[in-house]
Design a protein around this ligand. Structure first.
Ligand code: PEP
Ligand code: MN
Length: 344
């Protein structure tokens, strides 16, 4: 890291920085500039020491050069991570589409959706059994019963299933039932949950928190990876901005930027960003156009009756038409080798 001193920093203040850096086990090399002193600090730098140095008298700023994440870093592994779920490759050439209702509401609702999701040509079935709701009085999901219904749907359709683990207590039940464990936006910085997911053998779809930077998202992934699980899919699902015309703002630029930062597969969730079903499909297309490895989309056979997120759930017909238009595009036929921007 670099410690930049104020231009009027005294010799004594500079000495103190050198002394503390060396006490921390680093090598500190002073580089006097025309206007100010910059101290170059090398060694196995622990980023938690940044604030210690930043607090010293005479220090203007500390610029960390090493990153808070290592295992997720593209500099450590340049080939893309491909996650196999049955015979589906996530992060391979073909975009993978996950679809299904926001929440599992009943056996009939989920089975009907699962059959439609399969008929539309989607790859994986989603459905929340445990729902993280803003209000404690809102429907919280069917819990373990919802997981049982999801497992039935997998058995009847052959579709792998994904569902969210909202806390440590419910984690083992979710882990046992699903093919992919979802960690939601609200839990992106729930470190004990991330560590627990890191000890799982199942892949994890990790959503970006609504105010998280990309490096915070990668640090969250790092928590999972540091425990031994490197099968992580990162998911852009919209962040909070001053925009009040959609539920969240889909940060499409995060996909190509993350691509340059990490080897992990990248997904887009157009549904939670849009909040309204008419906006979901344009955002889904945009998500593919910026190079995501797949989408997670909410769909419901009767969105008007949905207990959660009905307004953003596609009808089965909409999902069908979207998938049909994808299949007809050269992009789909040739996979991600075709440059983004060619989806009609
Ligand atoms: C969901 O996928 O239903 C969900 C709650 O998503 P998020 O964590 O992105 O809000
Ligand atoms: Mn939802």
């Amino acid at each position: 890291m670099l410690v930049v001193m104020y231009n009027d920093a005294s010799e004594k203040q500079i000495e103190r920085v050198l002394e503390i850096s060396e006490d921390l086990g680093y090598t500190a090399i002073p580089n006097p500039g025309a206007r100010r002193m910059v101290i170059n600090i090398t060694g196995d730098v622990d980023l938690s020491n940044v604030s210690r140095l930043e607090g010293l008298a005479g220090v203007m700023k500390v610029i960390p050069v090493s990153k808070a994440y290592r295992l997720a870093d593209i500099e450590v592994k340049s080939e893309p991570t491909v996650i196999e779920v049955g015979d589906i490759e996530i992060g391979g050439k073909k975009p993978v589409i996950i679809a299904g209702p926001c929440s599992v509401e009943s056996y009939d609702q989920l089975l009907e959706t699962a059959v439609a999701v399969k008929d539309c040509g989607c790859d994986i079935l989603r459905g929340g059994a445990f729902k993280p709701r803003t209000s404690p009085y809102s429907f919280q999901g069917l819990g373990v019963e919802g997981l049982r219904i999801l497992k039935d749907a997998r058995q009847k359709t052959g579709l792998p299933i994904i569902s969210e683990a909202v806390d440590i207590e419910s984690f083992p039940a979710v882990e046992d039932a699903v093919d992919i464990i979802q960690i939601g936006a609200r839990n992106m910085q729930n470190y004990s949950l991330l560590k627990r997911a890191g000890r799982s053998l199942k892949p994890v779809l990790l959503k970006r928190g609504i105010s998280a930077t990309l490096s915070e998202l990668l640090s969250a992934a790092e928590y999972i990876m540091a425990e031994g699980n490197s099968n992580i899919i990162l998911c852009e699902r919209g962040i909070r901005t001053q925009n009040n015309h959609t539920r969240f703002t889909l940060d499409l630029s995060s996909i190509p930027v993350l691509r340059s930062m990490t080897h992990l597969p990248l997904f887009v969730d157009p549904s939670h960003a849009a909040g309204k079903r008419d906006i979901v499909i344009p955002l889904a297309r945009a998500g593919l156009a910026v190079g995501s490895d797949g989408l997670i989309i909410e769909a419901h056979p009767r969105p008007d009756e949905a207990l959660v997120d009905g307004s953003q759930s596609l009808t089965v017909e909409m999902l069908h038409d979207f998938m049909e238009s994808c299949r007809n595009s050269g992009y789909w036929q040739n996979g991600l080798e075709v440059k983004p921007g060619v989806i009609s």
